[in-house]
Design a binder for this molecule. Structure first.
Ligand SMILES: C[S@@+](CC[C@H](N)C(=O)[O-])C[C@H]1O[C@@H](n2cnc3c(N)ncnc32)[C@H](O)[C@@H]1O
Length: 270
């Protein structure tokens, strides 16, 4: 059965993608294929304790929750939509919960991780403060999000396709995304935010790569474009533009930069 989301007003709108759908599952698979490796690096650069209690916020398909569960003591995986949290290790506990209403589980935690979640939720500052408060002394907070750095095309079949790419990036990132509560400027401030909250050993890793049509990055763009179709049409995109853009995202002769991913961590003093 599909998850039913609680309605919010215009200031606190809902996540614009549908985690529990088939497109939602492919969305999470592409993300994992693209950024699990740099995420693992961030999570283990200070070492992981086999007895650590971990919290995974916006757990998605549970790939990171499972990875943590294999290396730590236990993981609580929280998501507003738990439809994809099915194939999990025995030491992963699933909580279906909207983190705009508190974290849904009591701390303290030795490790808290939230990837590509806070950028989607307008109440991100409040949730950030709750994550800091839920850390055990010596606990590690790891937050990863995409930035708004321009996604320059590198090669395209035609000048018209380059223009179409630019138009879709504009509509997605400067019209539909902000109207849906997405922030692409939040990630750049996470390190300063952690320092201001009293965390120490604050560190940021930047990861980015190019993507070609038919590979995970472009297939993710195509997937998000399909999930956001009603919003893009309302923003002025035409059905012909959407159709050509999706074709382009499978064409290996198209290449562009994929999102810059920032993964920032900080430690609560003992
Ligand atoms: C872009 S996905 C990222 C999933 C996963 N963290 C990853 O990186 O693969 C965002 C996730 O946050 C969840 N989410 C969105 N809004 C939420 C909320 N208010 N409370 C809890 N989870 C939320 C979505 O259901 C989805 O699983």
């Amino acid at each position: 059965m599909r998850a039913v989301r609680r309605p919010r007003d215009a200031a606190g709108m809902n996540y614009i993608f549908d985690t529990g759908s088939e497109l939602g599952r492919h969305h999470l698979d592409h993300l994992g294929n693209l950024i699990d490796a740099p995420t693992h690096w961030c999570l283990e650069r200070r070492g992981l304790s086999p007895t650590a209690r971990c919290l995974e916020i916006g757990a998605g398909s549970g790939r990171i929750a499972n990875w943590l569960a294999a290396r730590t003591g236990e993981v609580v995986a929280v998501d507003i939509d738990t439809a994809q949290l099915t194939d999990l290790a025995a030491n992963v506990e699933v909580r279906k919960h909207d983190v705009r209403d508190g974290l849904g589980v009591d701390g303290p935690f030795d490790l808290i991780h939230a990837r590509l979640v806070l950028m989607h939720i307008p109440e991100r500052e409040q949730i950030f403060a709750e994550l800091v408060n839920a850390l055990a002394p010596g606990g590690l907070l790891v937050i990863g999000d995409f930035t708004g750095r321009r996604l320059h095309p590198i090669s395209a079949p035609s000048a018209e396709d380059r223009a179409l790419w630019a138009r879709m990036q504009y509509l997605s990132h400067e019209v539909v995304g902000p109207a849906g509560g997405i922030s692409l400027t939040w990630a750049g401030g996470t390190a300063a935010r952690m320092t201001a909250a009293g965390l120490t050993d604050v560190h940021t890793m930047e990861y980015s790569e190019t993507t070609a049509g038919g590979t995970d990055g472009c297939l993710l763009h195509r997937n998000l474009n399909e999930q956001a179709e009603p919003l893009l049409l309302a923003a002025g995109a035409t059905p012909d533009e959407l159709a050509r853009y999706r074709e382009l995202m499978t064409d290996p002769s198209f290449t562009a930069w994929f999102y810059q991913f920032l993964c920032t961590s900080g430690v609560r003093p003992r």
